[in-house]
Design a protein around this ligand. Structure first.
Ligand SMILES: [Zn+2]
Length: 93
């Protein structure tokens, strides 16, 4: 009986033990700054930084940006610098 259940599980397309159909479409995000070595954050470049803030002007979390811890710190610092020189808003509305 127990063997039968095991066989059913192994016949699934995904072999991962932690497979959960709820999270089927979640993929590991790659840090945009690690992926592109030529990409350098610039606090004067609003278009570049707009990818890392939401429509309210808040800095997006790592789970949304996909950035690694090191680069998320860089992003945060750069966005805060940009806010100070009014390149980015502190808040919208
Ligand atoms: Zn990174």
């Amino acid at each position: 009986m127990a063997d039968n259940k095991k066989n059913k599980k192994n016949n699934n397309k995904v072999q991962d033990d932690n497979y959960n159909p709820k999270f089927r479409k979640m993929r590991k995000k790659v840090c945009p700054l690690c992926a592109d070595k030529n990409l350098v954050l610039d606090y004067k470049n609003a278009d570049q930084l707009r990818k890392f803030i939401n429509d309210k002007g808040k800095i997006l979390p790592r789970r949304a940006t996909g950035a690694c811890a090191k680069h998320q710190r860089d992003i945060t610092l750069t966005v805060k610098r940009a806010r100070q020189i009014a390149v980015l808003p502190y808040t919208a509305e």
